[in-house]
Ligand binder design. Structure first.
Ligand SMILES: *[C@@H]1O[C@H](CO)[C@@H](O)[C@H](O)[C@H]1NC(C)=O
Ligand SMILES: [Cu+2]
Length: 193
């Protein structure tokens, strides 16, 4: 547990320091080399940072979220959506929720994400269903440190190459951002002469 917290703090510190210890992943990157993926969503006063990191078991990802500028009256939902955010930032273009196993299509109106049976009852992208909706504390802030999930880098439950969207309570789209991924920089980079 302590180790998990420490790795989250380290991941967060790395991001704050401008990802200087990290190298952006490319389409050639082996997903098992990715140490962090993040999405930073901004809309006016609203600001949210999503960070996905491999759990200690290496089976699934942990999710850490910090958000500020939330309206205290409201519960926001948030998902991974199936398409990327286009250059103009239009969140409507990100399509629907990431659902590679067609859980929602199969369940129809009976859809209900049960976090304890996420693999069979939740759309892969239904983050709010798996981790709870986003509600503000007295300072208008929200923090989430979710333990190991069914999400992975690569494989059937892959989240790389998609986007994160936050919805207002009326389900309109407040903010969105693509998921970027990073590998650890070499510890002793070889100098080229
Ligand atoms: C955003 O995309 C949607 C869907 O394509 C479109 O209907 C809407 O007009 C776009 N909004 C803006 C501001 O371009
Ligand atoms: Cu959504």
């Amino acid at each position: 547990m302590l180790k998990n917290i420490l790795s989250l703090i380290i991941a967060a510190t790395v991001v704050v320091s401008g990802t200087s210890n990290l190298t952006p992943a490319t389409s050639d990157t082996n997903p098992s080399d990715i140490v962090l993926a993040n999405a930073n969503l901004v809309s006016g006063e609203f600001n949210a940072a999503f960070e996905f990191t491999p759990a200690e078991s290496k089976n699934g990802l942990q999710l850490a979220v910090t958000a500020s500028g939330l309206d205290m009256e409201t519960a926001y939902s948030y998902h991974i959506h199936a398409k990327l955010v286009p250059a103009d930032g239009n969140c409507t273009e990100t399509g629907g929720h990431l659902d590679p196993f067609k859980i929602k299509e199969t369940a129809g109106t009976a859809y209900k994400c049960d976090k304890d049976n996420a693999q069979t009852t939740c759309e892969l992208g239904d983050l709010a269903g798996m981790f709870g909706s986003m509600t503000a504390d007295a300072d208008g802030k929200f923090t989430l440190n979710a333990p190991e999930s069914i999400l992975t880098f690569g494989g059937d439950n892959n989240i790389l190459g998609y986007s994160v969207v936050i919805h207002r309570p009326d389900s309109t789209r407040l903010a969105c951002a693509n998921i970027d991924s990073f590998t650890a920089a070499p510890v002793n980079p070889v100098k080229k002469c």
